[in-house]
Each structure stands twice: as structure tokens, then as C-alpha cells.
Design a binder for this molecule. Sequence first.
Ligand code: PEP
Ligand code: MG
Length: 599
Amino acid sequence: MTAREAQENLPSGSRLLRGIGVSPGTVAARVVVLKRQTLRAGWYHLPAGHIDKEEERFTAAIAAAGEELTSLREKMAGDLADALSIIDSHLLMLKDRMIVERTVAIIRRNNVNAEWALAQALSEIKERFDRIDDPYIKERFADIKHVADRVFGLLAGREHQPLAVDDRPVILVANDFSPEDTLRMRAGSVHGFVTEKGGTTSHTAIVARSLGLPAVVGLEHATSLLATGDMIVLDGSSGQVILHPEPAEILRRQENDRLERARADELERYVHLASETVDGLRIRMSANIEMLGELSVVLRYQSEGIGLFRSEFDYFHGPEPPTEEQLYLTYRSLLETMAPYPVTVRTLDVGGDKFLNRFPGNKAWLDRERNPALGLRSIRFSLHERDLFRSQIRALLRASVYGHLRILLPLVSAPAELRQAKAVIAEVGAELAADCIPVAESVAVGMMVEVPSAVVMADVFAAEVDFFAIGTNDLIQYALAIDRGNQYVAHLYEPFHPAVLRMIRQTVEAGHAGNIPVSLCGEMAGDPQCAPVLLGLGIDELSMRPAVIPRIKRLLRHARSDVLQQLAAQVLHCGDSDQVREVLAQALPHLYPEPFYQR
Ligand code: PEP
Ligand code: MG
């Protein structure tokens, strides 16, 4: 049922509110609205001789915030690895130069109180984040704000309020909760929460998911629309909140929730099963991740490796690029945790929609490009910024002895580019050998196939790399000339465009003719409608968000490879995407009797 239909079916006393469902589960309970005052950072001039004292007051607040976080971390059970890594990242922020040193500098330069100086430092950081397009990275500012709010609270001498007053079940509503607030909810009678701020990838949402606490975020004006004592039903999957629900509505929603859970339990069985077709064809199902913190989810879904580690996310955290040593430690952890499975680390893929605007220095080329998707991005950026590239490759090669590393080069569009990148890898390898630093005997080097020229030249490339990884997110954009981030042309962004399907086929054929494996790590890999077609086209490995692996594995385990091949042959003959969809609408119900798994 769509949200609109749901609204139309609601009795007149009820009201449907919509936010973003970030942690599944349906709960009905009374609301407690927490209207926490935003601490205003008043300005005052320090009397002469008080600067040192003010700096001490600020550093004491930072230290106290660190102690609070450390003690919360110690109280936590070991099964919440996500939450632990989030607290760790907040502890690191308490040492961040942009927060600590900058605040102290403002106190000293302007002779002002710590609250005001911290607010200034925070607004400078916010300005930088505002210039970033990537929604995931944008949301990281929320973490900085949560950490700063904790310090503001300590500067103001504020005590922690309990989140729930007594033992009755409640749903908490607030402007925002920090990940640490969410952890504190675990101990009480809180059955779910609603916030006005936040998004799917916020750390608060991640913690809610790992606690299994239903949550809706981004529900604008929630603290005004809802009042303490109101009865609501919260649906953490759809993001719907029903105010004053009828008893029948509560029952209906709870029944839906029960069905959802039964489906999830059924899928759970597939976590432990091999990913193979009925006739025994094995296909590797691996994971796409952006941060070390996601490894717990990867292990939870028993992924057979990392098919895509988007290494650029490590470059977005601080004012400076990560050091070789920091990168080395990250890659080493990745490899050690996943061994003996392969870990595919894609080298820095910035530019396009992942705009780096704060380093190294304010170079002219970092000005907004007219056409960033066609500009200095990905491998072009790395070849332009050789020192940065070399430092990443050194970190990778040094870590390579701790597991099974595959290096993946993004957006390769010409053989010369590939050769230059491989030459850098060889040079760095020779440098390490000269310094007697051990490197794994063989490290596979592959390339993303995500621009049409790479598809057309796939036979040439296949002779020069160890594997192909098809990046359909970009391939669709470049093949169809559709900006993947532009809402006005989003309807034209079509994975089932026959041109895209033929390009995938051509790449697979060229890869196999050159005896190299071909994986696919765009969003299509985890889409239940696309995956059967991709498997029929001969893809050897699908890499996707770890949580969708059981669903795709289930599709695979119900199919025979010859049937999938026939399906792929049929869609390759279609003249347009509508025909492809028609073929799938006919074929998929025979392959998979339960329609609810199809999307
Ligand atoms: C792709 O382009 O399909 C891909 C996996 O890379 P990204 O989404 O990071 O550009
Ligand atoms: Mg890409």
C-alpha cells in the first residue's frame, strides 16, 4: 500500500506523518517529547589575564567529554561493534585540530569565551561540509555537532537527563539524538524514537539498527506535531508515523510487522548457505563498503570478500589527507579481518559527485569544474596528484602481506592511463623491495569498467589487467549521458536499457576470452530484478551492500544456470527497456514463486 493510500484509509481522527524509516520494526506506544534547549553560545570578552584560565576550562570540558564517552564505551557489550566504532570516531573528533586547536586559537586571538569560540570553529567546519555534494559525507557533520553539543553541555555545567521517566513503554521524540543517546535508550523502556533531523546513513540510524530499535528520522516539526502522551504507531521500515491510531490500524500494522520479520527470518537461513545455483555454479557474493566500521555487517552476512572498498571515504574525514601510516593501518585491518577472502580496494575515486574541496591546498584545479563528471576525477586525479597516489599505493602494498589484496583502478578510459597507473604501482613495489619492506608475492590489479571506451576496448584491457569490475552506476551515466545525481533526468537513468545490457555482455565476453574474472559492483548487483539477468550474462561475482546478500543468494539458489542464460539471451534481443521489463515480468514469477522477494 502506498503512503497516499494509507492516508486515504485512515479514520478521520488519525493522522499520517511521514519521515524516513531507518530502523525497521513497528511499535505502538505513547510519546514523550524531549524539547531540549539548544545551548546558545553567548559572547563575552575575557577580562585581562583570563585567557589561560579560559583555555583550561575548554580543555577540561574536552577531557570530561572524553571520559563520558570512554565510560559509555566500557559499559557496552562486545556485540555492538558498529556502535563501538562510532564512539571511537567521536573520541577521535575530540582531538581533531579543526575543533580543539581552532577553538583555542579563537579564544586567544579574540579574547573571548570558550562557548563562542567553539561555536565559531563549528560554523567554519559546517561551511566546508556545506560545499560537499555527497549526502553521506554531509551527514558526517551531524557527528561533529553531537560531539560539540556534548562539550557545550559540559561548559554550561549541564547534567545528563534520563531519557525515559518510568517503566512504561514510550517512543521518544526530539529534534535529534546523538548515537550515544541512542545507546542509552537500550537500558530503558524506550521502544522506538522519532527525530526531526537525520538521514539513513547517520550514525544515530546505524546504532538504532544494530540495537533493533525501530526509528523514524527526518520527520519535520515532529516535536510540534506530537505531544507527550499522544498515542502513535511508528513504522521504522516505511518511515510512517500514525498519530491517534484506531485499534484496528495498530493490529494491521503489527501483523505486517510480523510478516516482515518472518520473511527476514526466512532469509536468515541463506546467510550460511553457499552461493550457488541448483546445478552447482558458484558465484561469489561480496560486499561494497566505505568504512572499516562496516566490517561487522560484512561478517554478519558472511560475505565472501570485499568486492569494492570505496577508499575515498577515508579522505573526507579531516582537513588533511590521511597519512600513509593511517591508510596502512586501515588496509591491514581490512585484510586481516577478511582473510582468506579477497579484499578489493579501489584507489581514490574523487571528483564527479564526490568532490574534494579542501586539499591539498587551494589549487586552481580544485575550483568548481564546469563538467565534473567529465573532469579531473578518479584515476585522472590520482595521476595528476602523484604523491597522494603513491602514498596510497605504498600503504596498500605494505598491508598486502596481511591477507588477499586486489587493487582496483577507477574510471580507466584509455590504455595509456592504465599503463601509467600500473607503472606507479610497479615503481612503488620496487621502492619497497629496495627498502626490504615485505610485499605480498602477487597483488592482482584490476580496473573498473564504467565508461563506454573501456567496454569497446575491453579485449585490449583484458590482456593488461587481472580482473574487471563493472561499475554500472557510472556506466549507465556515461553510456546514456544521464547525470546520475540529477533529479530532472532520473527517469531516464535506465539499468535495463539494452545498450547497458549489451555493454555488460561485451565486457564479460572480453574478460572471459582473456581468462580474467568479471565482477559487477554497481547498484544493479543487489537488485533482485537485475541480478538474475546479470548472472545469465555470465558475471562471476556480484558485489553489493552486505545486508542484501541473503536475498540475492536466495535468488541464485533457486535458479539453474541454463535458465538464467536463456533469460539473458532473451533480454539481449529486446529493442528497448519496456520489452526487457515485459520479458522479466513473464519469466521471474516462474523462477521465483514468492512475489515479495522480487523487489
Ligand atoms: C559504479 O560506478 O558502479 C561504482 C560501483 O562506483 P561508484 O558508485 O562509487 O562510483
Ligand atoms: Mg563509479
